[in-house]
Design a protein around this ligand. Sequence first.
Ligand code: MN
Length: 130
Amino acid sequence: MSQRRVLLIEDNPHNRYLLRYLLESQGDRVDEAVDGPTGIRLALESRPDLILLDIQLPGMDGHEVARALRTEHALGEVPIVAVTSHAMAGDRERALAAGCDGYLEKPINPDTFLASIAELPARSAGGGRP
Ligand code: MN
């Protein structure tokens, strides 16, 4: 798999550590943000190929972050994967309605995580990237 740039928006340091470890093990470059506003700013700076978005964030929650990211035309159709620890009925639908492309439940399973994000339906490429 070619190297991707992945942005983690996640307030939990243990989850950031685990996700970074897994992604870097396959050669991805990883940027981290601990809250939504920082994540949006970093996304615009780093133009990630994939965004992993915690839904339970302090302040601006993941749904709000996803909606805000989708208004940024500079980001194009970058895939956003929601990650949530409160798997309740309707969570997946709400994440997709907010603009996410995929949905993963915590706890992250290290044995299946990489395969699960590799299977994501890719949005149409473009988004201003050459
Ligand atoms: Mn959280």
